[in-house]
Design a protein around this ligand. Structure first.
Ligand code: ADP
Length: 355
């Protein structure tokens, strides 16, 4: 005998249909967010720098480099601001070492923000490089200017000292020439480094250029009592380039070889064709460059420490210019040296490709 009655009224009916529906919707939502999280996780994991994805104020995904980040409050605020303004925002935040880092907030979808820490290591290196560079330029300019000022005030304070004043004026002229050269070199480097720089290329007989420079510089070598040898392979191909700059490049290298070689030494210049390039070697039997200095000699304003007490004038810009010119011609520049024995600089320039 049935002693209870199953009552199936409208409420029971609603429960039977809406509960599964709600469960289905909840499951669907859970599945959707899980897939979305996985998708974003895949995106941020492929990035080498710290990255996060926020949905509203909650972190949805982040990559391994981001796990070291401590200050979540700043990120939440940035994410909120991006959503509120509906635009990308780049903000300077501070990492755990109190170092300023740049974080870019990108509005990628409704309520979803991608936060990317930008790679500042290159920028920081560049900033420090340019700070040093400006400091070095300052020093380079200051020394001749101090000398000029000193002699100028000497001349004005003792107008009757004819001999002394003549000597001072000579020094002033020399320092002014040095300053002009320095500024000219700086301007040329800036021009060569400019992203829109275009080389004025014409067909150049590089062999004839080398020969002419050796002729021009032979008197100087003789005055310094340095032997100057030239060895040219006959019938060398022409190259495409700017003859003015190529001349400047060779002059700098040969002048350095003469400067850093004491009297009685030799500078030998040779030119040959190897595969599809011209190879020019400038070898000297001079002071040489230490192993520690060798990697830096092509940097602007770098002057190697010298063991010799002989004073050699220079600004440390010559080789930086040589490197820029060689690179602009699609060539390579290498240096080998042994301290106390001498150096060899090798320039390789591609031969003109026949049309
Ligand atoms: P600088 O005006 O001082 O000569 P460069 O840029 O031409 O500047 O050269 C950078 C440095 O490299 C020089 O200061 C010098 O120490 C070293 N150097 C360059 N060429 C030679 C060489 N042939 N022999 C020895 N040292 C050299």
């Amino acid at each position: 005998m049935l002693d209870f009655v199953i009552y199936f009224g409208p409420l029971e009916f609603l429960a039977c249909f809406t509960l599964p529906l709600l469960l289905m919707l909840g499951g669907g939502w859970y599945w959707y967010t899980r897939e979305q999280r996985r998708e974003w996780q895949r995106v941020v994991s492929s990035l080498p720098y710290p990255a996060w994805v926020f949905r509203k104020e909650k972190p949805l995904a982040w990559n391994q480099p981001a796990t070291h980040w401590r200050s979540m409050k700043d990120l939440v605020k940035l994410s909120k601001d991006v959503q509120r303004r509906q635009q990308h925002i780049v903000r300077q935040l501070y990492d755990e070492n109190a170092e300023s880092v740049s974080v870019r907030g990108v509005n990628v979808a409704q309520n979803v923000t991608l936060l990317l820490m930008e790679d500042t290591s290159t920028t920081k290196r560049q900033q420090s490089y340019y700070r040093n560079f400006i400091r070095n330029v300052g020093h380079e300019l200051k020394t001749p200017l101090t000398i000029i000022q000193g002699h100028a005030s000497k001349v004005s304070s003792s107008p009757n000292d004819i001999d002394g004043n003549a000597a001072s004026l000579g020094i002033i002229a020399g320092e002014a020439k040095h300053l002009t050269q320095l500024v000219d070199n700086l301007l040329l480097i800036a021009r060569l480094e400019a992203p829109d720089f275009q080389l004025d290329r014409v067909r150049v007989n590089f062999s004839a250029l080398v020969e002419q420079i050796i002729l021009d510089i032979s008197d100087l070598a003789e005055t310094r009592q340095i032997g100057l040898d030239l060895n040219l392979q006959p019938g060398l191909s022409l190259i495409q380039g700017d003859p003015v700059q190529l001349r400047q490049m060779l002059l700098n290298l040969i002048d350095n070889a003469l400067k850093y070689t004491p009297a009685g030494g030799t500078v030998a210049v040779s030119l040959s064709e190897i595969d599809d390039a011209l190879s020019c070697r400038i070898r000297d039997t001079g002071e040489g460059i230490s192993e520690e200095d060798l990697p830096y000699i092509f940097e602007k304003l770098y002057r190697a420490r010298r063991t010799s007490t002989r004073t050699v004038e220079g600004s440390g810009l010559g080789l930086a210019l040589v490197q820029q010119i060689v690179q602009a011609h699609g060539g390579t520049l290498t240096a080998n040296s042994t301290l106390g024995k001498g150096s060899v600089f090798i320039v390789e320039l591609p031969i003109e490709v026949a049309a």
